[in-house]
Ligand binder design. Sequence first.
Ligand SMILES: [Zn+2]
Length: 357
Amino acid sequence: MKKDKVKDSLLKYELIIKLSLSFFFIAIFCLIFFLGGGLVYFKDVLYVDQFQNYDFQIHVIDVGQGDSFLIKLPNQKTLLIDSGEISSSNILINYINEYFIKENLEKIDYLLLTHPDADHIGGAYEVLNNFNVETIFRPKIYSIYEYQNLSILNDYVISESEIYNKVITKAYEDDCSLVFSEKGIILNEAGCKIEFLSPDIDKYSDTNNYSAVIMITYQDKKFLFTGDAGIEIEEQLIKNYGEYLKADVLKVGHHGSKTSSSLEFLKIVNPKYAIISAGENNSGLPNVEVLNRLNDLGISRLSTQEINNFAITVENNDITIAFQEKPVCDMALISAIFVVLLLFVWGCKFKWFYASK
Ligand SMILES: [Zn+2]
């Protein structure tokens, strides 16, 4: 009788331990699962470090659906083109943080907000919150804050976008220098030239066409960034610049949508590489016609959908690219570990624990 009682109480101990451990593991699993993007914290290789301390580096940051490119200029200045969606701001901030530490950098000298769409400026508030930003190039579109507070306004459009308003308001609070992007602006940075080719008028009917289009020249290599500028802008660029548009690397307009990348434009730019920044499982982006056009012209595709973060530099007068492999099985791996842990908990007798009781 007494023996049965002891056995019952031992079983009770065992059950309590198993239940407690199971709840503990399940709680941790849920936390990781629901934090989702938080998985990136487990990786210390976010930053593509193969070109560490190189004078000139372009980092294409995989922010899912959206654009974000971090560029180190030869004089240690930095240029960030766009900041992805708000939902990927953690990824962006972590990348820049890690990069700044490894490269011994302190601030973002230039932040270029190509146009006010959320997949380009969504992370900018967090960028301003986390880093010292000196100059912001922004579209000729006023925020609500400016409409309400500036005494003199140009005849520019006013955006009702909340995130745009938040970013511009924060820029005023932080005393950043705000500059309207326009054709003709040139920055010369120790042998690296950044030239604004568009916009060349003050008003467009399509927000995408406000996109700043910039040509970066380093040594004899050229990099063309087009934001989400549409085919009408590409036509205008051809009219204004013709053969000057020839570049080694083209950031394909509007995430590979067929509203950009006309055959004529691709032929005149004639890049060796085409960067496409777009989200995974993204219905229709990049567009298959655009991909075929790139293939037919023999242009190599560098897509964040396929290769996660990557970096570009110029080495011995040639373009060199470093890749980071895509972490595909994170969640599967973590799920498997938790299943094994739970099986272990329920298979274990815990005699070592309650034998002394
Ligand atoms: Zn976009």
